[in-house]
Structures are given as C-alpha cells and as structure tokens.
Design a protein around this ligand. Structure first.
Ligand code: SF4
Length: 96
C-alpha cells in the first residue's frame, strides 16, 4: 500500500513503494547512525530518511557529510594551526 507525505514535509511527493521510499523515481535509503542528530533527517513511518541525499551511508564513507547540520568538518585533524608557508619563511628570515 502506498503512503503519501504531507506538503509541508521536506520529502513531499515521496511514495512508499515495495522497494522502499521513492522520490522522483529514486529509492531513498534510511539514514545511518552517524546521521543521528541531523536536522535534515525526516521520519517516514518507522524509519528516517534524508531529503538531501538518497544514500546517506555513501555520504559518510569518505569523511563527514557536508550537508550535516549536527557536525562540521575540521580543516586540520591534528589540532595544529596551519601557517601559510610563505609567511613562515618571511618570519624565519626576520628571526622570529
Ligand atoms: S544531510 Fe548528511 S548527516 Fe544529514 S541526514 Fe542527510 S546524509 Fe545524514
């Protein structure tokens, strides 16, 4: 049986089909554990789906999801402040 979402939902127009939740011909996969807390995740029946990305697991496969609202990617994973190499060489020339 098909279930339609309301117009106010970010997944408006999505239809629950036998193969899963379908939006414009694309089957949406449920969100993964890393998506927990993201404001984009939308609950449909018993599972949550991402209206931004059809395959959330692949979005997290190579790092932090760039659409996530609950986490942000860090530029430097070691915690060091990155210095422009040109400025560093000028600083060294001045003896600082
Ligand atoms: S935007 Fe990213 S983190 Fe948020 S639900 Fe979608 S895939 Fe998950």
């Amino acid at each position: 049986m098909a279930a339609k979402l309301t117009k106010s939902s970010p997944l408006a127009g999505a239809v629950m089909a036998p193969e899963g939740l379908t939006l414009n011909g694309t089957v949406l996969e449920p969100i993964v554990e890393k998506c927990d807390g993201c404001e984009r995740a939308t609950e449909v029946e018993t599972a949550k789906y991402c209206p931004t990305y059809a395959q959330p697991s692949k979005k997290w496969a190579h790092g932090v999801c760039n659409f996530a609202t609950h986490v942000k990617a860090t530029v430097d994973t070691t915690g060091k402040i990155k210095v422009n190499p040109l400025k560093a060489s000028k600083r060294a020339a001045r003896g600082r």
